[in-house]
Every structure is written in C-alpha cells, then in structure tokens.
Design a protein around this ligand. Sequence first.
Ligand code: SF4
Ligand code: SF4
Length: 627
Amino acid sequence: MKKLLTGNEAIAEGVIESGVEVICGYPGTPSTEVILTLLSEAKDLGIHIEWSINEKVALEIAAGAAWAGKRSLVTMKMSGVNVAADSLASIAYSGCRGGFVIFVADDPGANAGMPEQDSRYYARSMVIPMLDLASQQECLDYIKLAFEISEKIGGPIFLRSTTDVSHVASDVEIDKKLKLEKREASFERNIAKYTKAGATWCIAQHQDALNRLVQASKIVDNYTTESGIKVNETHLEQDSKCGVIYAGAVEGNFKEALKKYNLKFSWLKIGMVHPLPEERIRRFLERVDKVLILEELDPFVEAEVLRIASLNDKKVEILGKLDKTLPLLGNYSFKKIKNALEVLLKTRLESEQDPKILEKAKELEIKRPTSFCIGCPHRGTYFALNRAIKNLKYRKDEIIITGDIGCTILGMNKPFESCWTEVAMGASIGLAQGFKWAGIKKPVIATIGDSTFFHAGIPPLINAVYQNAPLTIIILDNGWTAMTGFEENPGTIPLNGSDHTRIDIIEICRGCGVEQVNIIDPFRPEEAIKIMMKSIEYPGVSVVVSRRECALQAKKRKVRLPQRKVNTDQCTGCQVCLNSLACPAMVFHPKGANSKPYMEITSACFGCGLCEFTCPTGTIEVVKDGK
Ligand code: SF4
Ligand code: SF4
C-alpha cells in the first residue's frame, strides 16, 4: 500500500514497522516530526516515547534501553549531536545489544537558522556507521535496515537526513511490519564492555567499534531493500568517460536532470557515507576520466574520493566543491546541479524552467516570520525590559542583552532590538558572565526561554551563583517548546491524562541558590517594568521569570481575554502603539482625502492589553459586549 508521507513521517512509519520500543529526542528542526508523529500513537503501540530534557539525556536513555536488549531510537537536529557527543563517544565504543539508531537531521541552507553543520564528521570521529537518506522511501526502508545492521554488528548506527528529505512528501510503500519476537529486558554486568576504567578496555572497545564498521560496510554494499532500493549502486555507461558520484538529498534533482536532458554517463550512488564503499569507488574511478561529486554541505565524500584516486595509478579529474564547481553553502537546487553537470559534460543544457513559473514561485515564497505572534507574551517581556533600561537612564546601546535559542530570540528584531547574541542552547547565561568578567561595567542581561533553560540553562545559572556574577537573567516562560512545534517540556502544565510531573522554574532557581527571584506577568507592563528595574539594579545574580502561556496554545485551550479597540475619534494616528509593539492585529489607516489618520485593532486581537498601556492619548479601550 502506498501513502503520501514526508520523510520524517516515513521514518515514524518505519519505526512502527521495526518494532522499536523506546523512543526519545529533543525537538529541533528539521528532525522534530518523527516523534511528533509517533506521540499520538504511543499508548496504542504500548511503547515509551518522550521528549527528553536535552539530546544528551535522550541519547543516554535510548542507549540504556538498547543495552537492556530493546530496539531504541533517539532523534535530534545536527546541533543536538554536539550536546549528545560526550556520551555518544563512550556509548559508541561499548556498542549495544538491542538495535540502537541515532536519527539526525542536517539543515543545508540553514532554513531554521543555526550553522550549516555537517553531522557526517561525527560518524567518522565516533566510529559509528552512517546511512544517508536520499528519498522518502529510503526513510522508511533505511530505518528498518539501520536496526538490522545495528543488531547484526552489535553497535549504534546513525541515520542522517537533510531538510529536503525530511520535510518533502512523496508516495511511500508502507505496511510491511516486521515480525519480531517479544523481548524481555535484561542487562548483565560486563565492566570490560560498559565502563572505560583502564586503557586496555578502552583500546579493546575501540577495536570492536572499528570491526563493527567493517561488518556494516559488508552488510550494505550489495543490499537491496524490500522496495528495491540499492543502498550503494553503480551504474555504468560504456560510451562515456564522465561520471557522477552522489550521496543524500541531491538524488532527486540529479535523477530529474538525467531524465530531462536524457543524459547518459556512469554514476555511483552512495547510501552509506561512513564507512564509504572504498573498493566500489576505486572500481568506479577506473571507468571514468572525469567525475563530479554531488553532496550537500562539506566535501566529505569528495575528499575521500580524492584520496582513493590518488592511490590509483589512473589519473581522474575530480569536480566538486574543492575546485569550486559547486558551492560549499546551501542546499543544491536543480539549477545548481544542472550548472555542475554542464561543467562536467562541457555542454550547455537547455533552460530548465519557464521564467514565469520561477517568478510565480518567488511570489509564493513564504518568508520566515520576523515578529512575535499576536498576543505573544514575549512582546510584553521585551517591551518591559526596554522600558526598564530607559527608566534606569541607560542608553539602549550600552546594555548588553544576550539572546538564546527559540522564539525568544525574535526579541532581536524591530521594534525591540533587544538581543545582541544567539549562539547555542543555554549559551546566553554563560556569555553574559563572560562579558561581566571581561570588565563590562554596565548591567548585562541574559534572556532565555523556558525549554532552553531546562535544556542547558541550569548549569550556567549555577555557575553564575557559585561565582557571584552580577547578572540579570530573564526567563521567558511561555510553558511550551513553542518554536519547533509546541512540544511539552518539564514546565508545561500537564494536560488531561498526562502522567508527567511539572517542574517549576522558580523552585529550580531558588534551589540553585538564586536569592533574588521574581515573577512577572508580561501582560501587566507597569508592574513588570518596576520588577525588571529592581532586578537590573540588584548587585548579584537576579532572575526574573516572565510567565504567561504561549498565545497560540492558550487559544487552542479556548482562553479568552478582553479584546481591545481604538476610539477612532480620539486617535491622533501617532502610531506610538504600532511602533512600540508591532502587533500584527493592528492596522494603520493613513490620512485620506476626507479622513484623518487612525489606528484600527482587528478582530485578531488576543487581548494582551499592551497597546492600551502604550497609547499616549488613552484611546485604546476594552471591547465590551462585543462593541
Ligand atoms: S491588545 Fe493590543 S497588543 Fe494585545 S493583541 Fe490586541 S491589539 Fe495586539
Ligand atoms: S497610540 Fe493611540 S493615538 Fe497613537 S495611533 Fe495608536 S491608538 Fe492612535
């Protein structure tokens, strides 16, 4: 049976068909939807699925389950591997008993922000095999294959995707559920395998991990999946001395170009990028004089092809990123691949698309929103913060405000222009300490969201208290991991039927030794400004928890606040409200031939009331009885 699925949905389907029993992860675009898709089915499937507090914890939980003999999966985006890496390096040496798959999604083109980090290097440095996904069908087929390999070699395996595979949909053959015997969890003491106490054991484990790579390579080299996909595939054309070696998401556009221009040359597809099929590459290079390497992000395969070619007697010209035929940055569109093929073949290929279609596509392109949603509590927090700074007689450009990952970073944009930095989960608090110890005399303020605080903000907070760093930390607590798709976090008020225990950020801060912890409601600006001023002036570590539920989630729960309206007769059209808040529910009507300028508040208003506070003429009022 075929079903239209995105890559991430296909992985979720493959997880069900593979009999996985423990699934953990931390949300991060473009990986989030694997767990999101599975969460609603967790109870029916009778399996454990969770959003863990961060990627390292998620990895450790999944490893524990795999060590106990169960099939387990951990999911994360590329930057999550950095967080998990410390434990991963050790776990990779120990191997596993039950199948253990680490799903990581890279983001060429940085669609969701963050660096264009290439996770393939982790596979190499951690001595873990890695399958690279090229299509939605592969998402389903390879997750099954990954568990098979993991159990055969007795070690974890990476499954790597990229945005164009994870977020694009196509027909996928489903419903081939594996019949696995029910496994009982067990774990035997084996300190030579599961500890690192002594060089002899560590070196022996390293050797085991290296042996597993060889085994994995042998399993996949001639492997064909149930739906007929060859993991590594060589296609030879006798009459051409040109060739292409490719891996990953470029497959779609490459195959389309082959078909569209009726191109005939040899090609080699690589489905396992670590370890590379070295002998297959060597044989391929013997058949060509010139080869183009197609892969997104770093020249990972290309550098290896260069090395393999240099060991061969036959000279082969290699085109790719290193000779600048292709860019190092961004994802590879059809046009980029077509241009590279023109260099390879030394011929012009006909124009690929009607320019009118391209123009239309540009019009329809969805731009990343740069402002907060209507009723977003973060608007009130940054508004109050800017006012507090102003009231304390500081210039805005002399108070450093570090930002963090998630919706809260939108405070860097107009009209607030508050955040100065964005580095990594939890980094706002550490960076702020660095600024202080460097000798910044004026107050330094760190801003961080609730989920990010749970993920990686607690250790730097403890450090700040321990080191007596004079710092103000503003935790924007909207109760959800909102930016990635509204996942729950330990601070989310448990929904009906949930058996989670809520952890209160305020108690955490007090438990970490913060003496000055205050809570504000971002929809009550007057009070919020006063408390922020007091916190900024506090000589030690002070924390302000700005608490209001994410407006979109509140709306889903039918929370209704009194909407606002503008008394147009009194409105001067000064736009102070709009310029202070940039609330999308406001529409400004400029001066017309027979009318004065005025502001309108549309029915989209959430009722946060902030605009009422900003209006100098007091003309914004509560809508009563729908009027
Ligand atoms: S009350 Fe004002 S600021 Fe708040 S959502 Fe409505 S229009 Fe926007
Ligand atoms: S701030 Fe008040 S007076 Fe000025 S445009 Fe807005 S509603 Fe009108």
